[in-house]
Write a protein that binds this ligand. Structure first.
Ligand code: BGC
Length: 752
């Protein structure tokens, strides 16, 4: 009886107080052990990860649990919350977290694909829907947005971020935070998490979890903006990253976690480690044991330990030994309680357990149709020679390739909740659009040459057709191909070939599938290659030999319908790359915003000894950042600046550019604005994105766009890491991608 009233007593006490004093009042009653208990995050057994916490109920009863991740469904969350609220001494509710990365039950495209829409409203809407679904299912906290800039497509987690550009990455991160958190007084809003702080995407050699090292100038100028934007957008929590930087794992990185994140960026929320990251500092060589790890982490600025329970095991003793101060524990505990307070958990610990609403909302028709319209915008048409696309009505279509009917795999990485049977494959989407009599399918080849690795990567290894030989699969495919008018080759990666823990050293289409494509090319039939993958692929052979190439990433629930929308021409493609596609793995890291050397070589200039280039490949990527075609032809003209020169005080500079749709088909264009700071106190990139507009341009119509470049657009972090706005010469560029060949340019000067 006494226990049942624990939360009621707590509620009565805290209801009488203001939010701040509620937390004060609660903390005044807590023992040191209970405070430390709030810093402990356990993991449920069901989902991702490698560990499941033991004796969870007992720990909750003793007040040793502040948060739990990976518990599925409102009823299960309610049952666990009940133990905390009714059976622990103070009845403090638990905050339940989950990786709601690109949708909860309604699976949206992977984040990299969504970024390629350049549509911040669509990204915010996708996050909003994910929040609405998660928030009725017990989840109060998502580990999103991933703000890590990635310039190395070998790194599997490139799938989870917005790509290679800090300006665009910042806009995407802010849109995600707005979508999840919008207004916390509304119970459909959940806490966002700025992750992985920091620089996780800079892993050497594209190997996950691996060493990161770079100058602090590079860090501030080229990597940090998205994290800062997520903080500015009000993200309530942050997560430290697995990697080391300057030889210190981020879990222990006081300078970044405290001086930069809190000091410079003003983050006031709660900071959690990544999964078992404290224990991993032993393997890093940064702590001799878990106790040293716990001490270093909390003293660096970490508030909550994800999974390791190192705080529970060691901090009370560390306080007695004077290695951690009570003030530090109090501060961390306060941040956890403030998070719970802001989420309304003290008012109603079951606020996010709304079973009835869940039944009605999850995967509702409206959400699924939103997932389709967002997916439509993410598809990037890379090449379309001889107008192979759109597909002609009445044509006999052969869908060939192992990815074409593996619907689960379209979910991509981090599909924590979806109902698998409800995803649409490309084959299914084309059948629905063109009719079963017009569309035939053949598996064509195995996914991957190494069968053992292939079965580790597949979500369902029973569908991999290992009962058939390569020859038999090819024979089937060729017979389907020969009786068709056009081939849609559906090739690429299984969901688990990207995402956490899956880097690739060779990012071409895996060998058996590439062989299949070569055999299909020999039939002489027109081919549309649809790549389905979590990362940019090296498509050098394909670009030379295949007339039409579309990258359709892993697009989630409505993947197949979205691909059919674009291939049929019902939707005019509008996606634009947010990562460069290399022409050779040896060009990596490759990104448009690189520096010049003292011996620069033009993007397409042939090899010349003693200049900065390769003797076997040009410097240019195969497909540039920002690239993407449509079925229309858009011409850029009339680039105009409001002035040739301005003083700092006279900024902003206004930039105008005209877009004309020279075709008979309505289009959506993503107009991009870049600057180049030609001479500065430190060298600056050859190009930096500083503005973009996604705009409809009707058939035969023109639109005039106006951009503003303000003080911030021209500022950067200098050698002493101060943000400065230096006078000097700039190039202002506008166009359809970062490719110099399509950019209009004007000179501009900032005078003293
Ligand atoms: C990942 C994080 C994720 C966490 C919790 C880790 O392995 O790096 O991105 O949020 O697990 O699932």
């Amino acid at each position: 009886m006494k226990k049942i009233f624990a939360f009621a007593a707590l509620a009565a006490m805290i209801l009488a107080c203001s939010p701040k004093s509620r937390v004060d009042a609660l903390m005044a009653q807590m023992t040191l052990e209970e405070k430390i208990g709030q810093l402990n995050q356990l993991v449920g057994p069901e989902l991702t990860g490698t560990e499941a916490s033991q004796n969870v109920e007992e720990k909750i009863r003793s007040g040793a649990v502040g948060s739990i991740l990976n518990i599925k469904g409102a009823e299960n969350v309610r049952a666990v919350q009940k133990i905390a609220v009714e059976e622990s001494r103070l009845g403090i509710p638990i905050v339940f977290g989950l990786d709601v990365i690109h949708g909860y039950e309604t699976a949206f495209p992977i984040p990299l694909a969504m970024a390629c829409s350049w549509d911040m409203e669509a990204i915010e809407r996708a996050s909003r829907i994910a929040a609405e679904e998660a928030s009725v299912s017990g989840i109060a906290w998502t580990f999103t947005p991933m703000c890590d800039i990635a310039r190395d497509p070998r790194w599997g987690r490139i799938a989870e971020g917005a790509g290679e550009d800090p300006y665009l990455g910042a806009a995407v991160a802010a849109a995600q935070v707005r979508g999840f958190q919008r207004d916390l007084s509304d119970s459909t809003c959940i806490a966002a998490c700025v992750k992985h702080f920091a620089l996780y995407g800079g892993a050497q050699a594209g190997r996950d979890y691996y060493t990161v090292d770079m100058s602090r100038q590079q860090m501030f100028n080229e990597y940090m903006l998205p994290y800062q934007a997520a903080v500015d957008a009000g993200a309530l929590t942050a997560m430290s990253s697995f990697n080391e930087f300057e030889s210190v794992p981020l879990t222990f990185h006081k300078y970044l976690l405290t001086d930069v994140l809190r000091g410079r960026y003003g983050f006031e929320g709660m900071l959690v480690t990544d999964y078992t990251a404290i224990k991993e500092c032993i393997a890093h060589g940064a702590a001799a044991d878990l106790k040293e790890g716990a001490i270093k982490a909390i003293n660096a600025g970490v508030d909550m330990d994800m999974v390791d329970e190192s705080f529970n095991k060691h901090l009370a003793e560390a306080v007695k030994e004077g290695k951690v101060s009570v003030k530090t524990i109090d501060q961390a505990c306060r941040r956890v309680l403030e998070l719970k307070e802001k989420l309304g958990l003290f008012d109603d610990p079951y606020r996010f357990c709304r079973e009835e609403q869940a039944a009605e909302l999850l995967q509702s028709d409206k959400y699924v149709s939103d997932a389709r319209s967002v997916a439509d915008e993410c598809i990037v048409l890379l090449k379309n020679e001889g107008s192979v696309l759109p597909l002609k009505e009445g044509a006999r279509i052969a869908v060939i390739g192992p990815l074409g009917d593996l619907s689960k795999e379209m979910l991509g990485c981090w599909h924590v909740m979806p109902k698998y049977h409800e995803q649409i494959s490309v084959y299914q989407g084309l059948v629905d659009r063109f009719g079963a009599d017009k569309v035939k399918y053949a598996f064509g080849s195995h996914v991957f040459d190494d069968q053992k690795v292939e079965s580790k990567l597949a979500l369902d290894k029973n569908v991999l057709r290992r009962d058939k030989s390569d020859e038999a699969l090819l024979a089937e495919a060729l017979s389907v191909a020969r009786s068709s008018d056009v081939i849609v080759a559906t090739l690429g990666e299984l969901a688990r070939m990207s995402g956490e823990g899956c880097s690739r050293s060779d990012i071409t289409i895996p060998a058996p599938q590439r062989e299949l494509l070569k055999a299909l090319a020999k039939t002489g039939k027109p081919i549309v290659l649809v790549t389905l993958a979590g990362r940019p692929l090296v498509l050098d052979w394909e670009d030379e030999n295949i007339p039409a190439i579309v990258t359709a990433w892993h697009l989630g629930a409505e993947a197949g319908n979205a691909v059919a929308d674009v291939l049929s021409g019902d939707v005019n493609p509008s996606g634009r790359l947010t990562v460069s596609f290399p022409r050779s793995v040896g060009q990596i890291p490759i990104h448009y915003n690189h520096k010049n050397s003292g011996r620069p070589r033009g993007d397409y200039a042939p090899f010349q000894r003693y200049t900065s280039c390769y003797c076997d490949v040009v410097n240019a990527p195969l497909y540039h950042f920002g690239h993407g075609l449509s079925y229309s032809e858009i011409e850029y003209s009339d680039l105009e600046l409001s002035a040739d020169s301005l003083s700092r005080a006279q900024l902003p500079l206004k930039v105008k550019v005209k877009l004309t749709n020279k075709s008979g088909r309505d289009a959506v264009e993503v107009a991009q604005l870049y600057i180049h700071d030609r001479f500065a106190s430190i060298t600056r990139p050859v190009k930096e994105l500083k503005g973009f507009q996604r705009v409809a341009v009707g058939a035969g119509q023109s639109v005039e766009l106006e951009f503003e470049l303000d003080k911030d657009s021209f500022s950067f972090y200098d050698y002493s890491l101060e943000k400065v706005l230096e006078a000097g010469d700039f190039e202002i560029m506008a166009g359809a991608s970062a490719d110099d060949r399509v950019l209009l340019k004007k000179n501009f000067r900032i005078v003293e």
